[in-house]
Design a protein around this ligand. Structure first.
Ligand SMILES: Nc1ncnc2c1ncn2[C@@H]1O[C@H](COP(=O)(O)OP(=O)(O)OP(=O)(O)O)[C@@H](O)[C@H]1O
Ligand SMILES: [Mg+2]
Length: 339
C-alpha cells in the first residue's frame, strides 16, 4: 500500500466522485487550535456555546481520601474548557442542515472505539461537545491525526500534506446485517465479507445469491473505473428494498480490517486473486461462530465510567467506603509491624 492510496481514500477525495450513491454529508476544515485540543491529553472538559459552560475542579491533594476538602483554594486547580465560537457555530449550522443528528468522522476514521463513552452508547451527535467527547476518547481518531501513513511501504517518500477535516454525515439507522465490505483488486471485485462478522444473520444465508448479485451490479455500474486507484476496499449497505449504497472507501492494505479474509489471501498470488468467476462471498454461517465484538477491548469497565461521571452515587459511596476500609487495614498492619 502506497501513501498515495491512503491519500486518495480521504473522505473529501472520494465523496465528490460518488456523492449520488452515498449518505449526504458535509465537510468542514478543522482549525489548528481544534486539532491541538483534540491531541491534548490533559483536557477532556468539553464545552462550546451550544452547552452550558462547564468548569471542573481537580483536587490535586494526594491525601484527599483521608480528609476531603471540597474547596481548598491552595490545592485546587480550575480547568476551563477551551472555546471555539466560530467553529462551534459552523458545526451547529451543518448539523441543522443535515437534520439535527449526525455521524462524525475525520479524513478516514470514525470514533467507533469510543461509542461506549457516549450516554446512549452510540455515535449519534447533536452538538460539537458530543463530537469532542467521542473524538478525544478514540484511538482511531488519534491514528488519523498522528500516523495515517503507518502501514505504507513507500516509507522513504515524503508524507503527503494532509488538510484535516471534520466530516458530518446525516445520521442513518443502518442495520448491521445489511453491511458488506468489498475488496477490489486491479479494478476487479474479488471478495465480499459480511461487515459485522461477529453475528449470525440468517437472512444472509437465505439471500446469498441476490446479495452478491446486487453488490456486483452496483460495483459494475457505479464504482468500477471511476475511482483514482485500481486497488481499494469499499463498504456498502444493502437496504431493505435491495438497493445498494456506498458507505466508505478504504485503502487496500493492512490498515483496513480484512474481516473474514486474510491479507495474504487477498494480495498477489493468493487463491482469491486467481479467481476467474465472480467474487468470493464469506459470511458467518451459524451461532457457533459468533464472536465478541472487536471494539470491546477499547472499553474500560462500566464501574469506572459511572464513578468518573458521577452517574451512580451509590457506586461512589461504596468505592469511598472500600478505600476507607483498605486504609484502615493498612494502618492496622503498620501498627502491628515491629519497629
Ligand atoms: N451516516 C451514518 N449514520 C449512522 N451510522 C453510520 C453512518 N455511517 C456509518 N455508520 C455506521 O458506522 C460504521 C463505521 O462507519 P465508517 O465505515 O464510515 O467508519 P470507519 O472508521 O471508516 O470504519 P473502518 O475503520 O472499519 O473503515 C458503519 O459500519 C455503520 O454501521
Ligand atoms: Mg473506513
Amino acid at each position: 500500500m502506497k501513501k498515495e492510496q491512503v491519500e486518495h481514500c480521504q473522505f473529501s477525495v472520494w465523496y465528490p466522485i460518488f456523492k449520488q450513491h452515498t449518505i449526504k454529508s458535509l465537510i468542514l476544515p478543522l482549525p489548528q487550535n481544534v486539532i491541538d485540543y483534540l491531541l491534548d491529553d490533559g483536557t477532556l472538559v468539553v464545552s462550546g456555546s451550544d452547552r452550558v459552560a462547564q468548569q471542573t475542579q481537580i483536587n490535586n491533594d494526594s491525601d484527599a481520601e483521608e480528609d476531603i476538602q471540597w474547596s481548598d483554594d491552595e490545592t485546587t486547580t480550575t480547568v476551563t474548557a477551551p472555546e471555539f465560537p466560530e467553529f462551534t457555530a459552523e458545526v451547529l449550522e451543518a448539523i441543522n442542515a443535515l437534520g439535527g443528528l449526525v455521524f462524525p468522522k475525520l479524513n478516514w476514521s470514525a470514533p467507533r472505539d469510543a461509542n461506549w463513552i457516549a450516554l446512549n452508547c452510540s455515535l449519534e451527535c447533536h452538538s460539537l461537545s458530543d463530537i469532542f467527547l467521542l473524538f478525544k476518547s478514540s484511538d482511531f481518531i488519534t491514528h488519523d491525526l498522528t500516523q495515517p501513513f503507518r502501514h505504507c511501504n513507500d516509507k522513504d517518500s515524503p508524507d503527503p500534506i494532509i488538510n484535516y477535516e471534520l466530516v458530518l454525515r446525516k445520521w442513518s439507522e443502518l442495520i448491521p446485517g445489511g453491511e458488506f465490505r468489498c475488496f477490489v483488486k486491479e479494478n476487479k471485485l474479488i471478495a465480499i465479507s459480511q461487515r459485522d462478522y461477529t453475528q449470525y444473520y440468517p437472512h444472509i444465508l437465505k439471500q446469498e445469491e441476490s446479495i452478491v448479485h446486487a453488490i456486483e451490479d452496483f460495483f459494475n455500474r457505479r464504482i468500477q473505473y471511476n475511482f483514482l486507484d485500481e486497488d481499494f476496499v469499499l463498504d456498502v449497505y444493502r437496504d431493505s428494498q435491495g438497493r445498494v449504497w456506498l458507505i466508505d472507501l478504504n485503502p487496500f492494505g493492512e490498515v483496513t480490517d480484512s474481516l473474514l479474509f486474510s491479507w495474504e489471501e487477498l494480495t498477489s498470488g493468493g487463491e482469491i486473486t486467481q479467481q476467474q468467476e465472480g467474487p468470493i462471498f464469506r459470511y458467518t454461517t451459524s451461532e457457533v461462530t459468533v464472536q465478541p465484538s472487536p471494539c470491546l477491548s477499547y472499553r474500560i469497565p462500566r464501574d469506572f465510567v459511572d464513578l468518573s461521571t458521577g452517574e451512580d452515587a451509590y457506586k461512589l459511596i461504596d468505592f469511598l467506603k472500600l478505600k476507607k476500609s483498605q486504609q484502615e487495614e493498612s494502618d492496622d498492619e503498620e501498627a502491628d509491624t515491629p519497629e
